[in-house]
Design a protein around this ligand. Structure first.
Ligand code: SDX
Length: 493
């Protein structure tokens, strides 16, 4: 710090002059990044007009609302070039993996860093399939949901519930460094939870599906693939030797592989934010599932279909796009924080859709989707904002053609993304220097220091958003609020 501004050109440093003090600073650049904490050295006396809450004398803070340009970790797992439309898992292009690999082999690659040998893969596959069974008590848990509960609400809860069976995997019970020690025992405990979560992700999802369909649960079968077992558990109704259609099984496996990881997306970040408190991995993954549920993220594939249904026929596309430009509607399935060209996965999904449609028949929404896609791709409003189709634009059409209900689509995203969440969680648990809890800073712009006001001296604040909305009562609560009760006494404030 405090080196002269005229540092030699070509050095990996940032020369910063703080014009509040005239001091100069030299900040190191490492891997094309600077450390936000280096800016804490840039302190200045607080100007009389400046709020004490700005903490100016304690050094600069770096503001980045929505993490538009903040790197929260160093990762070896997935690389995305958003301008070129590149996606690589551990260096392997997604196009090659989609063509030659399968979801469980890709899961091994994402989590352990290399493509497995035949024997390594066989053991990995067998362990995961062996751990697809869950405790019989879970049936009561699933039956406690209403038949029309959103399956993502069921899955999110189930992932957290699952962890309650494994006290040996709970750092709150076994000690906070249960997964960070990195020794043989710790790695074994960690890898067993990873196998359990990947193996049981399909089972939990299938059980959520059967709740919605009003069907008995199906014990995970033996002898089927990961995707095949999933389809079997969702669809088996007692038929003898039921085997899922191989084209649908393959399509689902490719979609799983494509959705397995995507570096620091909102749900993976949620897993790491929660995981940084050293909570058990089931709770961290449940947090990721809750994040993925949202329409801006994994819920977009469901939102795309609802959008296409609302548009109806292709001839309605121009009016819809005009409404989008007026910000009255959102073009779900388009846009991405990182990709500023088409999401490379979207091309593979589109190709997979054609293969599925050969078996299931074309979906009547396909024409509308293609018209919408083609119109948006030519429209300067979207071109100027670098909005292009993401992975969710076409995937919902496949799930719909396969007969899944709209609200099950995010579940079909969450199941494979358990792999990416666990890859990042494991990487964080084993990172050099251990795990620091994620605790971002803020810029406080609220009320300055003020004294408590006794009840009798208060002036009512009644602006909208600053008082609770009036809750409308109906049914039982409406009549009971109007009723009177013997010896009724109102609670004293
Ligand atoms: C996934 O992060 C990941 O990697 C996610 C994911 C993964 O694999 O984990 O790839 C999966 O979640 C894909 C994204 C699925 N979501 C959607 O399809 C929902 C629709 N998309 C948008 O909500 C939006 O594009 C986001 C949320 C995806 C990205 O939002 P950003 O990066 O915050 O971009 P922004 O909102 O700042 O948009 C920049 C401009 C704005 O216009 P201006 O206000 O500057 O004039 O583009 C506009 C936005 O209004 N815009 C859109 C739009 N997306 C952005 N306008 C219309 N329709 C859209 N879909």
């Amino acid at each position: 710090m405090g080196k002269p501004l005229d540092a030699p050109l070509g050095t990996n440093t940032l020369s910063v002059r703080d014009n509040r003090t005239g001091k100069t600073y030299s900040i190191p650049i490492v891997d094309n990044s600077i450390s936000a904490t280096d800016f804490k050295a840039l302190s200045a006396p607080r100007a009389p007009s400046e709020r004490e809450e700005n903490e100016t004398e304690k050094g600069l803070r770096v503001a980045d609302k929505g993490f538009l340009n903040t790197a929260v970790l160093r990762s070896e797992i997935t690389f995305i070039d958003g301008d070129a439309g590149v996606l690589r898992y551990r260096g392997y292009p997604i196009e090659q993996l989609a063509l030659h690999s399968n979801h469980l082999e890709t899961a091994y690659l994402l989590i352990y860093g290399s493509l497995p040998t035949k024997s390594q893969f066989q053991l990995w596959h067998d362990e995961i399939m062996h751990h697809s069974v869950i405790h019989a008590d879970a049936e009561q848990f699933f039956r406690s949901f209403r038949y029309d509960a959103h399956p993502m609400a069921i899955l999110t809860s189930a992932l957290s519930y699952l962890g309650s069976y494994y006290s040996e995997a709970n750092p709150s019970l076994q000690g906070q460094n249960l997964f960070t020690k990195g020794d043989k025992t710790s790695l074994a405990t960690m890898d067993k939870q990873i196998i359990r979560l990947i193996g049981k992700a399909t089972t939990l999802a299938a059980m959520a599906y059967r709740v919605r369909q009003g069907r008995e649960f199906v014990t995970p079968p033996t002898g089927l693939s990961y995707a095949g077992s999933f389809l079997y558990q969702m669809d088996h109704l007692g038929q003898e030797n039921y085997v899922p259609n191989p084209v649908l099984e393959k399509a689902l496996d490719v979609l799983f592989l494509l959705h397995a990881d995507h570096e620091m997306n909102a749900s993976s970040t949620s897993v790491l934010q929660v995981g940084s408190s050293l909570v058990d991995p089931y709770s961290a993954v449940a947090a990721g599932c809750a994040s993925l549920y949202g329409p801006l993220h994994g819920g977009a594939n469901e939102a795309v279909i609802r959008m296409l249904i609302s548009i109806g026929k292709p001839e309605n596309v121009p009016a819809f796009l005009e409404a989008v430009k007026k910000r009255e509607k959102v073009l779900s399935g388009f846009g991405h924080r990182v990709y500023k060209t088409s999401d490379p996965r979207s091309f593979i999904v589109r190709k997979t859709a054609d293969e599925v449609f050969k078996i299931t028949g074309k979906d009547e929404l396909l024409e509308t989707a293609m018209a919408l896609h083609d119109a948006a791709m030519k429209d300067n409003y979207f071109i100027s904002r670098k909005l292009a189709p993401n992975v969710d634009f076409w995937s919902g059409l496949i799930y719909r053609a396969m007969g899944f209900p709209n609200d099950f689509f995010p579940v079909l995203f969450a199941v494979p993304r358990v792999v990416g969440w666990l890859a990042h969680w494991r990487q964080m648990m084993l990172q050099t220097g251990g795990v620091k809890i994620w605790r971002p800073r803020q810029i406080y712009v609220g009320a300055g220091k003020r004294d408590y006001v006794p009840l009798e001296d208060r002036v009512a604040v009644e602006e909208p958003k600053k008082t609770p909305s009036v809750v409308e009562h109906s049914g039982i609560s409406k009549r009971t609020t109007l009723a009177s009760f013997k010896g009724q006494t109102r609670a004293k404030l």
